[in-house]
Write a protein that binds this ligand. Structure first.
Ligand code: SF4
Ligand code: SF4
Length: 361
């Protein structure tokens, strides 16, 4: 996008920017979610001064200023607000930016520790995971999700050194990794605001960033998309915890399955095996893992499916052929029981294609 075009867009958006509400600030980052110590290195020889980094940064870290040889270059005047989301580095056409630094790891230290999960519960969750994996033939681990409420005792789950997007952490859990991420280990301020770890940055609340990404046609459409998605109360959650369900360190609240459409179909049938209930799934292609796979099952008690979104597909190794299902933990005994019943006849017969018409020879 040319600078002129960007300036015009910013003029237009300034009028629509959400001017009030509980928005993410530098104070939040330093006082409420643990300090982050980043440095932004700008290669002025490579930089053309296009301003895309300034435009795309969700928390307005940059200001374009005059550089050494008189050209405009970005200066990270608000680096204390940086999330390490790497949107700026990803958008820079010249690869002129490099982010270095780390986050304070003491945020949850000193808090009361949670009791370890009982062996009985651990084994029950492992049994659920085994039924889903064996009956469906899943490629990946079934994932358990726990949103740690503010002030709750902290379970013994490793906090990663690196920052991840929430969707990236789910994808890592499907490969067998457990991790607990307070807000300062998250790399996506959209996900953290949706999941109640922080307030939302003004640039996301206004819809502005979605327009820059060409993901929606108008500010009105972007604001509607933001308005219609559920969000937890800001600062009501202290950390997200994800883990392979076969080795759960804490009770899951939601179980996530990364699977092919045929496998998700059997999960839907298992969920309605005893009632015949048809589900009204809520999917949009925006905020797939935080909203559709996690928050909807968490807050409604109903399962939900998702086709993934721009963010999770752009930032993880998930294959194009995979989709997602979030199942509230209270529904898991029904799903597991229903799946066992379906495995006796319906699943093998369907996979054997018993209704294929005979071929004309
Ligand atoms: S990493 Fe993200 S938050 Fe930090 S300066 Fe770049 S775009 Fe802004
Ligand atoms: S650092 Fe990259 S994106 Fe930012 S102004 Fe320079 S060339 Fe453009």
């Amino acid at each position: 996008m040319a600078l002129q075009e960007k300036d015009h867009l910013e003029d237009h958006l300034a009028a629509d920017r959400v001017a009030h509400g509980d928005h993410l600030t530098g104070t939040d980052i330093n006082e409420h979610i643990g300090k982050v110590d980043f440095k932004m290195l700008v290669d002025e020889d490579k930089c053309t001064g296009c301003g895309l980094c300034e435009a795309f940064c969700p928390v307005e870290v940059f200001e374009m200023q005059e550089g050494n040889d008189g050209k405009r270059v970005p200066v990270a005047v608000g680096i204390e607000k940086c999330w390490g989301c790497e949107t700026c580095t990803g958008q820079c056409p010249e690869n002129a930016l490099r982010l270095v630094g780390s986050a304070d790891s003491s945020f949850l230290a000193g808090r009361e520790k949670a009791q370890p999960l009982s062996q009985e519960k651990h084994d029950e969750y492992a049994e659920w995971a085994s039924v889903l994996k064996d009956v469906l033939g899943l490629r990946w681990h079934v994932v358990g999700i726990h949103l740690l409420p503010k002030g709750a005792p902290v379970p013994d789950v490793p906090i990663p050194e690196e920052r991840y997007r929430y969707c990236q952490s789910l994808m890592a859990a499907r490969r067998g990794r457990s991790m607990m991420m307070p807000a300062n280990r998250h790399a996506c301020p959209d996900g953290t605001s949706i999941l109640g770890l922080t307030p939302i940055p003004a640039k996301l609340a206004s819809g502005e960033l979605y327009i820059l990404f060409h993901k929606l046609d108008s500010v009105e459409a972007a604001q509607r998309m933001v308005r219609e998605r559920p969000m937890l109360e800001p600062r009501s959650i202290d950390a997200t915890i994800v883990f392979p369900l076969d080795d759960a360190p804490v009770d899951p609240q939601v179980v996530a399955v990364i699977a092919k459409p045929e496998q998700v179909m059997w999960l839907c049938m298992a969920a309605s095996y005893y009632t015949g209930h048809r589900f009204d799934f809520h999917a949009s292609g925006y905020n797939a893992q935080c909203v559709e796979t996690t928050l909807l099952p968490y807050s409604t008690g109903e399962p939900n499916i998702s086709f993934g979104c721009y963010g999770c597909r752009a930032s993880s190794d998930i294959g194009d052929e995979y989709m997602f299902m979030g199942i509230p933990v209270d529904m898991m005994p029904t799903v597991v029981k229903g799946l066992r019943e379906l495995s006796k006849k319906a699943i093998p017969q369907s996979r054997d294609k018993i209704y294929l018409p005979p071929l004309k020879m």
